[in-house]
Design a protein around this ligand. Sequence first.
Ligand code: SF4
Length: 217
Amino acid sequence: MVNGEDRLRITEIFLSLQGEADAVGWPTVFVRLTGCPLRCNYCDTEYAFTGGETLTLKEIIEKVSELGVSHVCVTGGEPLSQKSVHPLMKSLCDLDYQVSLETSGALDITQVDPRVSIVMDLKTPSSGEVDKNLYGNIEHLKAGDQLKLVIADQSDYDWSKQTIAEYGAATKATVLFSPAFGQLEPQKLAQWIIDDRLNVRFQLQLHKILWGDEKGK
Ligand code: SF4
């Protein structure tokens, strides 16, 4: 049941194609929550740091419903910064939406509804926010969740390889390696993964290829 009192600060709600992870290519409603405690060097959603409008959960769900697709991605900013995100995700799951959450990996994921597919970042050194990683989150990832590392150079790659081995990350969830857009040639990253026979999945961000921007986050 949606509590009419629960409210969230929302930057935008829009329809696009999912650009990343397992649900790539599906028409998806993106619910972008306002605010983020991080400041990654490569951030392309700085417009979500402030502003937005306050909506009740009921209003958000109505807007999602009007867009008429079954996949919903809760993103930001950092959506876990607002505690009412949890009843929102629960309500969307109860309504049989296929819900995914995109989170920075800096905030606790243990309260996330288990029906939600989590796509969690592990911030690499080039992000400038590696110190914010909450490594304890890794053990709470479940089969079907994904751990995403955005890699800008060889030292990011070496760090990523070492860190996922150290935490046994590939046994918990699918590990995604993605080249930082405009900073690392995708072919280089692909070849490093092949040469090392690494148990990770290479991914390109579909929305960047299609539109060169953030439309599908
Ligand atoms: S966590 Fe995401 S939204 Fe926040 S600064 Fe980093 S890239 Fe931007």
